[in-house]
Design a protein around this ligand. Structure first.
Ligand SMILES: [Zn+2]
Length: 194
């Protein structure tokens, strides 16, 4: 008699747990997701920095121990650097840190001759500035592979002619953002890790 009562109590309890699991699963996949109502509903997040592909140092012949972290340096007019400066003689080869598509070739007062390359997947934009020259034939829409020659180091824009360097930045792009947008992340730890 006691065992029978126990079973009668157990059956609806198992049934309830089963329904809770099914309801939770159906909310998390497929179709346009309803607005999250609980903290445990998965929210799409940017790829963690540590899981970016391994980058190559975008100036030919420069070793990791020759880099210095200038990401947080002040740059006047209330600006922060938000990039790394890689010092090298004028004319040194600038190569693509990662594969991607050239989204914009742009001449600006501060950056001088610049290249914006959006990586495969669209979430990261690599920015190369103060170039002395573009490699011949470089064009917007062109795909580049990692390590491909894209230009040469210079001091165009707001850079000292006595200290040619590549100004290299990585911007994290939200969906729909254009080449001049994004949020800078520090390239230094990504370039020195091995
Ligand atoms: Zn710089």
């Amino acid at each position: 008699m006691i065992r029978k009562i126990a079973i009668l109590l157990l059956v609806p309890a198992v049934g309830y747990v089963g329904w809770v699991i099914i309801l939770n699963m159906s909310g998390g996949s497929g179709g346009p997701a309803p607005a999250p109502q609980r903290a445990e509903v998965p929210v799409p997040r940017p790829i963690p920095l540590g899981r970016q592909e391994q980058l190559v140092i975008p100036v030919s012949g420069v070793r990791p121990d020759q880099l210095s972290d200038t990401f947080d340096d002040a740059r006047g007019e209330g600006r922060v650097h938000d990039a790394i400066d890689i010092m090298a003689p004028r004319g040194t080869a600038v190569i693509a840190a990662a594969a991607g598509t050239i989204e914009k070739l742009f001449d600006s007062r501060l950056g001088g001759r610049t290249i914006y390359i959006r990586r495969l997947g669209g979430q990261w934009m690599d920015y190369y500035a103060h170039l002395d020259s573009y490699v011949t034939g470089l064009a917007e829409g062109q795909k580049v592979v990692q390590g491909q020659l894209i230009g040469t180091v210079g001091s165009t824009g707001d850079a000292s002619p006595e200290a040619p360097h590549l100004h290299y930045a990585i911007n994290m792009m939200a969906p729909g953002e254009s080449w001049w947008q994004g949020r800078a992340i520090n390239p230094y730890p990504l370039l020195v890790r091995r």
